[in-house]
Ligand binder design. Structure first.
Ligand SMILES: C[S@@+](CC[C@H](N)C(=O)[O-])C[C@H]1O[C@@H](n2cnc3c(N)ncnc32)[C@H](O)[C@@H]1O
Length: 255
């Protein structure tokens, strides 16, 4: 617990981890062949099977992924992977969108892509849901219609408007320095996801003291946000170079 380990996550899950031990996984796999992570191939079916084994009943896996475009054709790897998760036994609890506030990627003959998927897989019914809320546009007291009376008149009575409501499932994050993170060192990794994204899922699907896993932890974003929010964590990655970044970020947090 509270360690990050150099390992292939498939071997690590099957050889070192207890079944039904993880409350929440927040992770992001290598995106198609867009990035070369030291030549490692990525076997998604085995990762999904391993995650199903180590996840507690009611536990959740958040899988953040986007598709490659080759010759004008989107790979749809994201959905192919989601189907693999469903095939090994997970429920597809939600398909959420991570919308980037500043999007560098543009195509001349299509609208600018501004999102990635955040698949929320659950092993059975999620055991924890702490809904994040957002402020409502109108607050205070307003005249509200009551049910029509026998006279057919729709009366209005003063009623208090809700101050907040549950967030929608499209979440916006700024990316880049001070958006993704303020840890400059993190950008030595090519594909860091925003700290706030990891934190929002950790707060939503887990409680203090729970065990959070990132099998492909890269620069350690999930582990850092788990530690920051009073959760335990386990991270692993095939790259020692990336784990060094993750260790450094965890050190910065504890200073
Ligand atoms: C998209 S990155 C994750 C980035 C991370 N979410 C962050 O914020 O820094 C994917 C990571 O998966 C790692 N990886 C690829 N195949 C792996 C495997 N079989 N086992 C463990 N890690 C793997 C890569 O080294 C890379 O760091």
């Amino acid at each position: 617990m509270n360690q990050i380990i150099l390992a292939n996550c498939v071997e690590f899950m099957s050889e070192k981890m207890e079944p039904n031990s993880i409350d929440l996984t927040v992770t992001s796999p290598p995106y198609d062949s867009l990035r070369d992570y030291n030549g490692y191939t990525f076997d998604c079916a085995s990762v999904a099977q391993g995650l199903f084994r180590v996840t507690k009943e009611g536990g959740v896996v958040v899988w953040v992924v986007a598709d490659k475009i080759k010759n004008g054709n989107k790979s749809l790897t994201s959905f192919k992977q989601a189907i693999l998760f469903q095939d090994v036994g997970f429920n597809v609890h939600d398909v959420m969108i991570y919308r980037k506030k500043n999007t560098p990627f543009m195509r001349s003959n299509a609208y600018t892509n501004c999102y990635e998927f955040m698949f929320v897989f659950s092993k059975g019914k999620p055991k924890t849901f702490n809904p994040l809320t957002t402020e409502t546009v109108r607050q205070g007291v307003e005249m509200m219609p009551t049910n029509k009376g026998p006279d057919g008149i729709n009366n209005k009575v003063p009623g208090k408007l809700n101050d907040s409501k549950t967030k929608i499932n499209i979440w916006d994050y700024a990316v880049g320095l001070h958006g993704t993170t303020s840890d400059k060192i993190a950008f030595q990794h090519p594909a860091v996801f925003p700290e706030k994204l990891a934190e929002d899922h950790i707060l939503s699907w887990s409680n203090k003291g729970d065990l959070i896993f990132d099998p492909m932890c890269g620069s350690g974003t999930t582990c850092k946000m788990a530690a920051k929010n009073g959760r335990n964590y386990i991270g692993c990655d095939v790259s020692e170079e990336y784990l060094e970044i993750a260790r450094e970020r965890l050190k910065l947090l504890s200073n």
